[in-house]
Structures are given as structure tokens and as C-alpha cells.
Write a protein that binds this ligand. Structure first.
Ligand SMILES: Nc1nc2c(ncn2[C@@H]2O[C@H](COP(=O)(O)OP(=O)(O)OP(=O)(O)O)[C@@H](O)[C@H]2O)c(=O)[nH]1
Ligand SMILES: [Mg+2]
Length: 461
């Protein structure tokens, strides 16, 4: 996808889902333009490509734990099949769409959707499971759903986790999804009072996630606690699960217990029902808050990243580029002057020694001048490319590809050398970049106005 197509698609999606970011993306477009003209990134590249624009919430867990039912309730649309046998065998990426009816697309459609953080997903799958990239449709599907709760975020529903029968590629994809997600909901179900029986699953889902560097993004959710009503043993069940989780190393406040009102069993004892409901409402409220929170955090992060990109260019990249070009320019100039002096010296010497008649014929003058000029050109361009190569190599060795690219771009043979000593191009670029920094600050203020109510809480949508 070219940057142009990418911008067009992103803008369309933002218009529908997150209009506050529409202006931000225009600033990204400006930033790209500046970076292209300075040569920091190639024409096919874009700063938007390194950013996930839509936060990702993934729902993982044991089979039949109620993952799909939870998502259906959250969206208010029956998007996903639910049932008591293992229903899902694919990861389903659920995005906002304008069609009234939920629409299912093959996994490959994700490749072309810039909202998805691993757009070019087949390459990613190929990375985690070699040879499987071309079969990405086996693992993934895309569903678009018109639901306000889905605006500005992406939810992934996953096949029930059963470590024994899990294919390696599914495991790898699961871990990859955990890595990419802004929030991970791991579902267990209270109908299995013996968490010990789920040892392998816990091993994979919990032990691996415990080590995760941003562990706070992982929420452990014990679902279907309505089923504890019969024995009225909610505390025992929660206790057993928490012990099992802590044996796997999890000591986290992110443990919740809920049930789904649409799928619950009937509870005879109204006192028990009320107690369960209170627990559920409180925990569900916190889960939903976290789910809304990622959208807001993401919007802030996108604006902040814009500011950081622009600032880095002003304070570090531009000065380094200028310094490098200066060095290059002076070396070329030195060689140019040297070759002129040597040639003049040689001609003077030849004239002095009598190899050239005191009054040389015009043809001789012309051919000497042309010869000299050709020599000068040859040496000049040789010196340009030689010294440029040295500079580029230096930056590559120090790991700064951005400056290396920019030096290559600005030392192309047709770029006049004197341009680098004029400060105006640096000043122009800096001014534009500063206006981007200024803009991103005002965007953050706007986000504050939209998301944060005067009391400091997050506004309800
Ligand atoms: N009692 C009760 N049943 C539930 C609850 N949530 C879901 N169920 C039922 O549990 C069964 C499994 O639900 P799903 O939503 O399909 O579970 P899943 O985790 O998506 O299952 P897989 O995709 O097959 O792994 C369905 O019959 C649901 O009606 C709940 O909170 N309480
Ligand atoms: Mg399911």
C-alpha cells in the first residue's frame, strides 16, 4: 500500500470512528512530507506505518469459558457463535464497519487494513510459524460490526485454549497477540472447580503472561460465577482459582469474577443472586473501564508520538544531518580547490619552462580550458561520491539509518553543493516541525476536553 492509499483509508476509518484524530493524521502527513524532502525516510515510507492507530483488546481463555458471549454482550450484537462445545477454531479480529449486518472477511483482508497493528499479517504469521504465512486464512478471519462500543478499537476473539491439542502455530500466534495487545482478557470458567485440571492451560496462559513486561495489561477473569449459586460457594471457588494462579507466579490485582446475564442459570435464592450480582457489577464495571481506557490512552499516545517524532528531528536528526553534510561539503571543496591550484601551477610551470609558447594560439587555449574543466568535473563528482560514501558508512556503522538515508539523499549528484551552507532549508524545516510540535500539544488539550470531564473522570460515551 502506498502512503497515499494508506492515508486515504486511515482518514476514512477515523472519520467514522475517532474524528478527534482526523486532524492529527493531517499533521502526520505534513511530517512525512518534511521527512521525505529531507530524505529521513524514503518516499514509500510513512511515520504512520510504525504506529498502531487502533488499540487492540484480545480475549483469550479456556474453551467454553464464555469469551464469545462476553464479546457479543459488549457489542450488543450477536457477532460470534457461542455454544457448549468448542465453537471457534479461528482468531476473529473484530473491527468497526458501516454495514448494518456483521460482515465476515478472510484473514487476508487484514493485510490491507491499516487499522490492524499487524497489517501485513501474513508476513507476521510467517515470522512466528514459517510456511504458514500463506495459509493465514486458516487461522484468522475479520469481522466488521456496526457497534458504537467498537469505535476506535479492535477486539480479537480467540479459539478456546486447550494446551494439549494446541497446534504450535496457534500457540505462537497467541503469544504474538498478547505481545501486541493493549489489553488482554483471559477468561476462565467457574464451572471447573478444579483449576488443577487445567494445569497446562494455566501454564501457557498465566506463566507466560506473568513474565510479560507490561503485566498490568493482562486481566484474569473468572467467568460464569452464577454457577456457584447452587452451592453458594463463590468465595471458595474464587479462593481456589486465586491459589492456582498464584502458584503460577501471579500476584496481581487484576483478578475479576463475573458472569454473563444473558447466559446465566436461574438462581433460586434471591439473597445469593443479589450478592453475586453486586460482585459482578463491580468487577464488570472495572473491566469495561479498562476497555474504554485503552482507546483514550491510544489517542494520547498517537498525539504524543507525533510530537516526539517532530522534536527528535529538530533537536537531533537535523543538526546531525547538517554537521555531516558540512563535513562532506568542505572535503569536496578542498579537493576542488586543490585540483584547481595544481592545474594552474602545472600550466604556469609549463609556460615558464617554455613548453607553452609565450603567446599560445586560441585553439590551444580553448582545448586547455576544456580539458581542465573536464578534469575538474571528473574529480569533483568522484570526490562527492567518495566522501558521501564515507559519511553514509559511518552512520550505518553507528546504527543511524535515518541519517545515513538523509545523507545519501542530500548528496545525490544533481543536488548543488552550495545549498548545504545556506541555513534557510534548515530553518524552513525547523519552523514547519515546530508548528507540528505546537499542534500536537493543542491536540492533547483537545483530547483532554473530549475525554476528561471537569471532575477528572472519564466521560461516558
Ligand atoms: N451459566 C453461564 N453460562 C455462560 C456464561 N457465559 C457463557 N455461557 C455459556 O457457556 C457456553 C460457552 O460460551 P461461549 O461464549 O461460546 O464460550 P467461548 O469461550 O467463546 O467458547 P469457545 O469459543 O468454544 O472456546 C455457552 O453455552 C454460553 O451460553 C455465564 O456467565 N454463565
Ligand atoms: Mg468462542
Amino acid at each position: 500500500m502506498t502512503p497515499k492509499e494508506r492515508y486515504k483509508k486511515l482518514k476514512q476509518h477515523l472519520k467514522d470512528e475517532n474524528p478527534v484524530l482526523l486532524e492529527v493524521i493531517q499533521e502526520y502527513e505534513k511530517l512525512d512530507k518534511i521527512a521525505h524532502s529531507l530524505g529521513f525516510i524514503s518516499e514509500e515510507d510513512s511515520y504512520t506505518a510504525n504506529i498502531s492507530w487502533w488499540p487492540l483488546i484480545s480475549v483469550l481463555g479456556t474453551f467454553s469459558a464464555g469469551k464469545s458471549s462476553f464479546i457479543n454482550s459488549y457489542l450488543g450484537v450477536k457477532v460470534q457463535q457461542s455454544g457448549n462445545q468448542a465453537v471457534d477454531d479461528k482468531f476473529t479480529v473484530i473491527c468497526y464497519g458501516n454495514n448494518e449486518k456483521p460482515t465476515t472477511l478472510p484473514g487476508l483482508a487484514l493485510d490491507a487494513d491499516p487499522r490492524f497493528p499487524f497489517y501485513n499479517i501474513s508476513e507476521e504469521v510467517e515470522k512466528v510459524a514459517s510456511g504458514e504465512g500463506s495459509r493465514v486464512n486458516l487461522y484468522l478471519q475479520l469481522k466488521t460490526v456496526k457497534s458504537d462500543n467498537l469505535k476506535g478499537k479492535i477486539i480479537i476473539d480467540s479459539p478456546g485454549f486447550d494446551a494439549d491439542s494446541q497446534r504450535d502455530s496457534i500457540l505462537r500466534i497467541t503469544h504474538h497477540i498478547i505481545d501486541m495487545s493493549d489489553l488482554v482478557l483471559i477468561f476462565f470458567d467457574a464451572r471447573h472447580p478444579e483449576p488443577g485440571a487445567m494445569r497446562d492451560t494455566l501454564e501457557h496462559l498465566v506463566s507466560k503472561t506473568v513474565e510479560h513486561r507490561d503485566g498490568d495489561k493482562i486481566l484474569y477473569i473468572l467467568n460464569q460465577i452464577d454457577t456457584t449459586a447452587y452451592d453458594d460457594n463463590l468465595e471458595d471457588v474464587i479462593g481456589a482459582w486465586q491459589r492456582a494462579l498464584s502458584q503460577k507466579g501471579l500476584i496481581s490485582g487484576n483478578f475479576f469474577a463475573i458472569y454473563n446475564e444473558k447466559a446465566m442459570v436461574k438462581i433460586e435464592d434471591s439473597a445469593v443472586e443479589e450478592r453475586l450480582k453486586r460482585k459482578k457489577d463491580e468487577d464488570l464495571g472495572r473491566i469495561l473501564e479498562r476497555m474504554e481506557g485503552v482507546k483514550v490512552e491510544r489517542a494520547y499516545r498517537i498525539s504524543k508520538a507525533l510530537e516526539d517524532f517532530a522534536k527528535e528531528m529538530i533537536t537531533s536528526k537535523l543538526p546531525l544531518l547538517k554537521e555531516s553534510l558540512n563535513r562532506w561539503g568542505y572535503k569536496v571543496l578542498f579537493v576542488d580547490i586543490l585540483i584547481i591550484l595544481i592545474s594552474l601551477g602545472a600550466i604556469g610551470g609549463a609556460w615558464f619552462l617554455g613548453y607553452i609558447p609565450p603567446k599560445p594560439p586560441v585553439e590551444m587555449l580553448i582545448s586547455t580550458a576544456v580539458g581542465l574543466f573536464m578534469l575538474l568535473l571528473f574529480v569533483h563528482f568522484k570526490a562527492r561520491s567518495l566522501f558521501a560514501k564515507k559519511e553514509i558508512q559511518k552512520w550505518q556503522e553507528s546504527g543511524d539509518e535515518v541519517i545515513a538515508n538523509a545523507v545519501a539523499h542530500n548528496t545525490r549528484w544533481y543536488k548543488p553543493i552550495f545549498r548545504i551552507w545556506s541555513n534557510s532549508w534548515i530553518q524552513k524545516a525547523s519552523l514547519k516541525l515546530e508548528s507540528i510540535v505546537e499542534y500536537s500539544r493543542s491536540a492533547i488539550r483537545k483530547l483532554n476536553d473530549q475525554y476528561v470531564s471537569p471532575s477528572g473522570g472519564i466521560k461516558e460515551d
